[in-house]
Ligand binder design. Structure first.
Ligand code: OGA
Ligand code: MN
Length: 309
């Protein structure tokens, strides 16, 4: 196995790993070490099944099950098999048909085009996302994913700013985040009933298990505890603008069968639009927590009494 950097400050690729076999100690250690150093790791040629992706993911932490909107109808038993433990990030609907870019059905997903960290609107101890490129469009068609190293962005902050934000707590809200990402129209009580996440609180500065600190201001972070809305918005926008400068960005051009892992605690990422609707983009994501039960954010919040069943 070989780990090769893809960018001057973070992100690497892993070549020669065999993910079709049950993950052994050497592979697990190689991936953990590379993730601690690089924050983003593209495992090449991971021609594996959904079952193998889940088995590999579970070697690093319990799965975060995708939350199912309350009252959502059962998934149609169509031509395409949807796995309830996998989050589908591409442009395909339940039947494997392309969802046209900009259509009503795909509108919510466009929120991912703003830099964010996955699931920061809930309270479980997030770890990584693992996104599998099962069908990837040609590079010229778009669909790259951009990543930011929020550790390097933190390191470069002036000391006065580091001191100012040291103990601040961010408020992460799903719907407000979507609004800031450009979702038009009112957020109705009905929408809030279907995806009923209450705002979640996370420190603005996270300390990684290996000691480095990172800015945690992804797209769902829309407030700061104890700070007036306008002041909080200004500070978050300032930190977000700092972190998303060119020099902190790695642009991933997908190859088929890439399994790209990112650490949600210390990186941000953003989708880019597909420029034409004639290409299939089948992207399947497993998400893991540091610890805890294998459950969805919604079921977890219901179990904690944070959301009504
Ligand atoms: C995700 C995501 C971006 C992309 O899967 O969480 O933001 O380019 N994906 O598909
Ligand atoms: Mn995402």
């Amino acid at each position: 196995m070989e780990v090769k950097p893809l960018h001057p400050i973070f992100a690497a690729e892993l070549l020669g790993a065999d993910l079709a076999r049950a993950p052994g100690t050497e592979l697990v250690a190689t991936v953990e070490d590379a993730m601690a150093r690089y924050g983003v790791l593209a495992i090449r040629d991971a021609e594996i099944s959904d079952e193998q992706q889940k088995l590999f993911s579970r070697a690093f932490g319990p799965l975060e099950v995708p939350s199912r909107a309350k009252g959502a109808p059962d998934r149609p038993k169509g031509t395409r098999q949807f796995d309830p433990l996998i989050f589908y990030a591409g442009n395909l609907d339940h039947n494997g048909e392309i969802i046209p870019y900009g259509s009503e059905a795909g509108k919510l997903a466009q929120g991912a085009e703003r830099f964010h960290t996955d699931s920061s609107f809930h309270v479980m101890p997030t770890k990584w996302s693992l996104l599998h490129g099962v069908e990837t469009p040609p590079h010229a068609a778009g669909g790259d994913t951009w990543f930011v190293d929020a550790r390097a962005a933190y390191d470069d902050l002036p000391d006065t700013m580091k001191t100012r934000i040291e103990h601040l707590i961010g408020v992460h809200d799903f719907w407000e985040g979507r609004r800031r990402a450009g979702l038009k129209g009112e957020i109705t009580p009905q929408m809030r009933r279907i995806i009923p996440f209450p705002p979640a609180e996370h420190p603005l500065v996270r300390t990684m298990p290996y000691g480095r600190k990172a800015l945690f201001v992804g797209g769902h972070c829309t407030g700061i505890v104890g700070m007036a809305d306008d002041a909080a918005r200004d500070l978050i926008e300032q930190l977000y603008a700092h972190a998303t400068q060119e020099k902190y960005i790695y642009r991933h051009q997908w190859r088929r069968w890439d399994l790209v892992i990112w650490d949600n605690r210390c990186t941000m990422h953003a989708a880019t639009p597909l420029l034409v609707d004639s290409y299939r983009r089948d992207m399947r994501r497993t998400t893991i927590n540091e610890s805890g039960p294998e459950t969805s954010a919604l079921d977890w919040m219901i179990a904690q009494g944070l959301v009504e069943a």
